[in-house]
Design a protein around this ligand. Structure first.
Ligand SMILES: Cc1cc2nc3c(=O)[nH]c(=O)nc-3n(C[C@H](O)[C@H](O)[C@H](O)COP(=O)(O)OP(=O)(O)OC[C@H]3O[C@@H](n4cnc5c(N)ncnc54)[C@H](O)[C@@H]3O)c2cc1C
Length: 426
């Protein structure tokens, strides 16, 4: 077999970005993907923040398979029979609010870009193990074949087996994972534009809290594509088990809710998928490298979910670039021992990967607070209901209505404590 400088496991955004960067610099790179094609097995909500993609491929807007540029954000609190929405519009996008894509198309596009630069992509190859030689990693093992390289980049996603085999983290703990479920529902472009009040190039992102997860910890999301919407739920796996609720029936009730039904009526289900999501953030981060190997993307735990933004792909791309850059900075002998690879940390930090994760390190424990998904949506909706209902029995001022609603559900001290906790964490 040809000699490769670097083997990359997984052609998701992290792996293909590293492959693109390294191949552009003239290195021999092999990119191994277990799926039929890059992206064929990959699930995500729908939005990418593009700063890191822009760094990697400044001309990405010319041919990336973008569905819509996000110009409208929404947040909707739900109870069983009511909803309260806030919406933020910014119709002149500067690119920072991102765009929607389908991963099957986006991942394939990015991997193809790496191939055009000279990376060697092998689909339908599952990497089984890392190759140890004198206590360092010297390559990978796939289907009985050994491939020796100076460096292995593990980009094999949230449940990375390669990170485990390399001894960088233990087997995964279900407590730290949520379950994601997503449907793609086809609708005519005109209906999407009318229902969401946007132009054809504009897109919408909405986050749902409360009844969407039957008041369990998690939330819902909706993203608009050109001719479809991506609708889904992310919910704590252990809550589902404890409450004996299955995620499919949760999705069914979500779609029947008055706030959703009208948006997707007459739509045709095109796709359905489920996936695990690591949720513990900075505190769950494994060791990021060892002699001969670097972890990137979800394999390294690079996910930030602070309730109002969900970042994974941008961090995957940024970390893929940082890992590749680290290899290009090595001395001529390509010694990939731990001390040389420690430059990876500085390269990550140049792109604010670790500092952003650190900033939101208390986010996951704050978001573990069940009151955020149960009491608070109910309080807000009760309050609005009282304010807008006139039954002739004497109206209430907002302050009285708020005091009464809260008295039924939560103490002031607890509310203040949660508010302060939230301000510090997210
Ligand atoms: C429901 C859901 C919604 C999400 N929404 C968003 C969102 O809207 N925006 C966002 O930015 N992020 C979102 N994320 C997170 C995002 O999907 C991930 O952060 C991102 O995909 C990480 O990229 P990656 O390249 O590290 O890993 P992945 O995208 O998981 O890619 C890993 C690749 O490795 C391959 N692979 C795995 N094991 C092997 C092996 N042994 N051999 C060969 N190949 C292997 C897989 O087939 C896959 O192609 C969401 C995630 C979920 C589950």
């Amino acid at each position: 077999m040809e000699q490769f400088d670097v083997a990359i496991v997984g052609a998701g955004p992290a792996g293909s970005s590293a492959a693109y960067y390294l191949a552009s610099m003239g290195f021999q790179v092999i990119l191994l993907e277990r799926g039929k094609s890059p992206g064929s097995k990959n699930v995500f909500g729908g939005r990418i923040y593009p700063y890191s993609l822009r760094e990697l491929i400044p001309t990405y807007l010319e041919d990336a398979p973008i569905e819509r540029m996000i110009t409208k954000e929404g947040l909707t609190f739900m109870t069983e029979d009511a909803s309260l929405s806030a919406s933020f519009s910014s119709p002149t996008p500067d690119g920072t609010s991102g765009f929607t894509v389908f991963r099957s198309r986006f991942d394939q596009w990015l991997a193809q870009k790496a191939v055009e630069k000279g990376a060697f992509l092998l689909n339908e190859v599952k990497v089984d193990d890392v190759l140890f030689e004198k206590d360092r990693i010297a390559g990978i093992v796939a289907g009985g074949d050994e491939i020796r390289t100076h460096l292995v980049i593990a980009a094999d996603g949230a449940t990375s087996k390669i990170a485990e085999k390399a001894g960088l983290r233990g087997s995964f703990d279900p407590k730290n994972f949520s379950i994601g479920i997503k449907e793609v529902i086809e609708l005519p472009k005109g209906s999407i534009n009318d229902r969401f009040q946007v132009e054809s190039s504009e897109g919408v992102s909405i986050v749902y809290v409360g009844y969407v997860t039957k008041f369990l910890r998690g939330g819902g999301f909706l993203y608009t594509n050109q001719d479809s919407v991506s609708l889904g739920i992310v919910v704590k796996g252990i809550d589902l088990v404890e409450r004996k609720i299955n995620v499919e029936s949760m999705m069914g009730s979500f779609k029947q809710h008055e706030a959703i039904r009208k948006l997707i009526v007459d739509g045709k289900l095109l796709e359905y998928s489920t996936h695990l999501i690591p949720e513990a953030g900075f505190k769950m981060m494994p060791r990021l490298f060892t002699d001969g190997l670097i972890l990137v993307g979800d394999a390294a735990g690079f996910i930030i979910n602070n309730g109002y933004t969900f970042r994974g792909v941008d961090l995957a791309i940024a970390s893929g670039i940082a890992a590749a850059e680290t290899f290009t900075q090595l001395q001529k002998d390509r010694n990939t021992n731990r001390s040389s690879l420690s430059a990876y940390l500085a390269n990550l930090d140049k792109r604010n990967v670790i500092s952003d994760l650190k900033k939101f390190k208390n986010g996951p424990s704050f978001l573990n607070n069940p009151r955020l998904y149960s009491e608070y949506p109910k309080i807000l909706i009760d309050l609005l209901r009282t304010m807008y209902s006139i039954d002739g029995r004497g109206s209430k001022r907002v302050r009285e209505a708020a005091r009464e609603t809260m008295k039924r559900r939560i103490s002031i001290t607890r509310l203040v404590r949660d508010l302060i906790g939230g301000m510090n964490a997210i």
